[in-house]
Design a binder for this molecule. Structure first.
Ligand code: SF4
Length: 332
């Protein structure tokens, strides 16, 4: 792979947001914190990592220390996007609305949520929609049917939309759902809700996904081919730890799933890296740059003097990973 191809791929990563349905309402933030805020969940989806695990109902669900959080955000002088996600269901966290009220006085919030909780309407009533970058409502349809929660989720979705919140609906493209794709699409479309399928990562029928999606599944679920193609390739330069990072239930901040060395704590102080870097792992399933290309592009601009110097290193790593995957007969 030539130097130009490597640079072209870096820029392609930086452009890919416009092709994806979860896009930020606007880009007023300097830093993104992706906060896995609890373990507890009120659903028990078959494809969830913790399906059937008692921790779902009794797992950690810590209250947010709002004064300490705000003190640390303000201390850095930056504007943050805090995206609450789980582990569990973030709207179950005690005081989540109060935390959002305080955060959104200066910063921005976003959610990955199953949209079933009783406080969604309170959130939509109290939070300025301009301060919500987006809500990704993850519709776990079979579980919603089992618990008779479909109507509640539709009401919550439409209420958020009426209030001006940027909200999209997604469904995990679990292979067993294939026969019902059209039924589910029309069920929600009749209510004015477009559903998007996101690829499943895990084992189904003894096959590993997403590598095992058939052409028919890709077409009928309308999966993002770019993202599928990139799933097993080396990711190159990344801004994780530079202007994007993950936060765990205890508030510990670390660059990403692949780099778990902490860079601080959201309640006790943190310091981001001073430059972006080449990804140190062979295979990343959650590349932060892909989910916020705005910050990745910004990191490239701010590090333009070192990006070209890093290309030979990235070329080398790409060839190494390709060879490793080939040895293990992985399809790329
Ligand atoms: S593991 Fe993923 S998120 Fe982490 S540095 Fe590599 S590409 Fe970025």
């Amino acid at each position: 792979m030539g130097k130009h191809t490597v640079l072209k791929n870096i820029l392609q990563d930086a452009r890919s947001e416009s092709k994806h349905w979860v896009a930020d309402r606007h880009h007023n933030h300097d830093i993104w914190l992706h906060w896995t805020v609890n373990e507890r969940c009120n659903l028990n989806c078959i494809y969830c990592d913790s399906h059937g695990n008692p921790l779902k109902k009794r797992g950690r669900n810590p209250e947010i220390d709002i004064p300490a959080l705000i003190r640390n955000l303000e201390g850095s002088g930056k504007t943050y996007k805090i995206r609450f996600t789980g582990g569990g269901e973030p709207f179950l966290v005690p005081g989540i609305i109060e935390a959002c009220i305080e955060i959104t006085k200066k910063h921005y919030v976003g959610f990955n949520t199953n949209l079933t909780c009783g406080n969604i309407r309170e959130f939509a009533r109290k939070i300025d929609p301009e301060r919500v970058v987006n809500v990704n409502a993850s519709l776990h349809i079979e579980e919603l049917e089992r618990l008779n929660l479909i109507e509640r989720v539709i009401d919550n979705f439409l209420f958020c939309k009426e209030r001006g919140i940027s909200i999209v609906a997604s469904v995990v493209a679990y292979p067993a759902l294939l026969h019902n794709v059209e039924k589910y699409k029309s069920l929600f479309e009749r209510k004015g809700i477009k559903i998007n399928f996101s690829y499943f990562m895990g084992i189904y029928d003894n096959k590993e996904y997403p590598r095992s999606y058939t052409e028919e599944e890709i077409v009928r679920f309308d999966l993002n081919r770019d993202w599928l193609n990139k799933h097993y390739s080396y990711r190159g330069l990344c801004n994780a730890g530079y202007n994007a990072a993950m936060v765990d239930h205890d508030g510990n901040i670390f660059p990403c799933e692949g780099r778990r060395k902490t860079i601080g704590n959201i309640y006790r102080g943190f310091k981001f890296n001073e430059s972006l870097m080449a990804c140190p792992v062979n295979h990343c399933t959650c590349p932060l740059k892909q989910f916020d290309p705005y910050l990745f592009k910004r990191a490239l601009r701010e590090n333009s003097s070192i990006v070209k110097k890093m290309v030979p290193m990235i070329k080398c790593a790409k060839s190494y990973v390709k060879a490793e995957f080939a040895k293990r007969r992985f399809r790329l």
